[in-house]
Write a protein that binds this ligand. Structure first.
Ligand SMILES: *[C@@H]1O[C@H](CO)[C@@H](O)[C@H](O)[C@H]1NC(C)=O
Ligand SMILES: *[C@@H]1O[C@H](CO)[C@@H](O)[C@H](O)[C@H]1NC(C)=O
Ligand SMILES: *[C@@H]1O[C@H](CO)[C@@H](O)[C@H](O)[C@H]1NC(C)=O
Ligand SMILES: *[C@@H]1O[C@H](CO)[C@@H](O)[C@H](O)[C@H]1NC(C)=O
Ligand SMILES: *[C@@H]1O[C@H](CO)[C@@H](O)[C@H](O)[C@H]1NC(C)=O
Length: 337
């Protein structure tokens, strides 16, 4: 009996590790970042490695060994950059070992973008298995990732903040199989076409998950598919019942959630106006389809500014409608489940 119990305890974790691939050594050609390195061929910080990239249009890559790397990082070179964090399992953020951390706020830095722990002003970038944190907490916008690039893929990364964790501002962007955490408007931006799928969206305090700022009838939209909404570990006790899928930052906001599993207790209205004084609900598309799980209140009643979708209408929202054709050339299909 005792032996059988021991076997159970040992066998289960081994099996659960099986599907992932490890990435524990630098891909060939990558610059190498290693905390406390004494090697002249390596960089002690991502800031130093980014500064060493050639200022041209060549594709470059960077590999980051385990460690917590303080300081804000801006990448604004002409050519694309791929950043790989060390992990024993590339398929999810659970084993991410390279952590970027800072705690600037928009109030002190001067703008939302300027507060970002990682700021991407580069096209064609890809991030793999990186954790990016803004530790400022409550009281100001304080971004973990500020993303102004087009054709940018963020794969199995952990983004942690409180208000405005992720700025997806413009261009074509995907966020796949990661962890995005915050409380207020924590996925926001104005002109991007963003496909956000297979992530855990972790809510730490009352607020709206998305704040889309589309301000004219352009091609911008957020399509969120097959994500799981959970209470973050250590979530404030009053979060329950005060979580909304989104509120419209501007009055052409367009956000569709498909096949979301919700365990964090949502507000029965599901969607919020921006504010009583400025509802911003005139031309918006706010729609969720096939939202299930114990976090959906039994008395859920969506407001008139939300749009119910039939299965046929919902089927028209997919990665191609969100990003336009040609996404296959830059999206890493390994993360499209
Ligand atoms: C680097 O050195 C500092 C100071 O000794 C230490 O706190 C930190 O854990 C080291 N980081 C790594 C990844 O070894
Ligand atoms: C937005 O543009 C599309 C075509 O791109 C059109 O079908 C739709 O009616 C427009 N909506 C509004 C509110 O102007
Ligand atoms: C939730 O509780 C926190 C303290 O934990 C408080 O600061 C906040 O104002 C409360 N929010 C709401 C919407 O009740
Ligand atoms: C509804 O969502 C669940 C969970 O993501 C998924 O397994 C199921 O296939 C979806 N059903 C439809 C009709 O899209
Ligand atoms: C997206 O939807 C369109 C129109 O409904 C369909 O033709 C296309 O095959 C779908 N694409 C994907 C990738 O599912």
């Amino acid at each position: 009996m005792l032996l059988a119990l021991c076997l159970l305890v040992i066998v289960i974790p081994v099996l659960s590790l099986a599907p992932g691939k490890a990435r524990t050594t630098p891909p060939s050609g990558a610059l190498v970042v290693r905390a406390n390195t004494t090697s002249p061929n390596e960089f002690p910080t991502l800031i130093a490695a980014v500064a060493a990239l050639p200022a041209d249009s060549s594709p470059q890559s960077i590999f980051i060994y385990p460690g917590t790397y303080p300081g804000q990082v801006l990448i604004d070179r002409a050519g694309p950059v791929t950043i790989y964090g060390y992990t024993t399992d590339t398929s999810s953020p659970a084993h991410n070992a390279a952590v970027l951390t800072a705690s600037a706020s928009a109030a002190s830095a001067g703008s939302d973008d300027a507060s970002g722990t990682l700021r991407l002003k580069v096209d064609g970038a890809a991030l793999y298995n990186l954790d990016i944190r803004n530790g400022f907490g409550k009281g100001s916008q304080a971004l973990a990732l500020s993303n102004y690039g087009t054709r940018v893929g963020v794969y199995a990364c952990g983004l942690y903040g409180f208000q405005d964790t992720l700025l997806t501002e413009q261009g074509l962007q995907v966020y796949l199989q990661g962890h995005i955490e915050g409380a207020v408007d924590f996925i926001f931006g104005q002109r991007s076409q963003a496909y956000i799928a297979g992530n855990t969206l972790a809510v730490s305090s009352p607020g709206c998950i998305t704040a889309n700022g589309r301000s004219s009838n352009d091609s911008g939209m957020y399509l969120l598919e097959r994500n799981t909404i959970v209470l973050a570990s250590g979530a404030a006790s009053n979060t329950s019942g005060k979580v909304f899928l989104g509120r419209p930052w501007r009055d052409f906001a367009r956000v569709v959630f498909k096949s979301t599993i919700v365990t964090a207790p949502l507000n029965p209205a599901i969607w919020s106006e921006w504010s009583t004084a400025m509802p911003n609900t005139d031309h918006i598309l706010f729609a969720d389809f096939n939202t299930t799980g114990p976090g959906v209140p039994s008395n859920a009643a969506e407001p008139s500014f939300a749009t119910p979708l039939t299965a046929k209408e919902a089927a028209a929202y997919n990665i191609t409608s969100a990003l336009g054709s040609g996404w296959e050339s830059w999206v890493d299909a390994d993360y499209l489940f």
